[in-house]
Design a protein around this ligand. Sequence first.
Ligand SMILES: Cc1cc2nc3c(=O)[nH]c(=O)nc-3n(C[C@H](O)[C@H](O)[C@H](O)COP(=O)(O)O)c2cc1C
Length: 157
Amino acid sequence: MTVKPEVSLALRKIIHGVYVISTRHEGKVNAMTAAWVARASFDPELVTVAIGNTRHSHGMIKESGVFAVNILSVDDILIGKHFGTKTGKKTDKFADISFDTKATGSPILKEAVAWLDCKVVSSVEAGDHTLFIGEVLDGGVLSGKPTLVYDKDTFYK
Ligand SMILES: Cc1cc2nc3c(=O)[nH]c(=O)nc-3n(C[C@H](O)[C@H](O)[C@H](O)COP(=O)(O)O)c2cc1C
């Protein structure tokens, strides 16, 4: 499908943060960078993450039913690139990165501003992505740094 350039530009005006969505399945961990993350409900506390159907993380989250949202700070662009430019199908992205775990076992990055540990309660197929809706089981704030707002030009500078 061809998207009008003006429509693409308009879509880029939507503000996103930068997040690392981690998961654990059958003893293996993986994570990927995602910008398409949003709150969805107060009671219970729900968040949605839009995960491309071809991502390695997609199968792992679908099978395990768990993920964590690691909210990155303005100093974490390299972390966003690390988890967002290679696939866990071929690389162990956690080979040199230490992490904590909470209830679901999904990796919690020590550098994150804050984290949310989630279990999948529902999923919706949305074109070439799947919206996983996660109930927030636990969460915490790790630093007072400002959250990273995604800007393509700054991110890839
Ligand atoms: C800034 C940034 C934002 C991204 N946002 C998303 C997103 O919201 N959803 C998605 O499916 N992929 C997104 N990606 C792409 C994935 O992070 C990338 O394809 C990753 O290599 C997938 O890893 P995996 O195959 O190990 O799951 C983003 C990448 C970057 C750098």
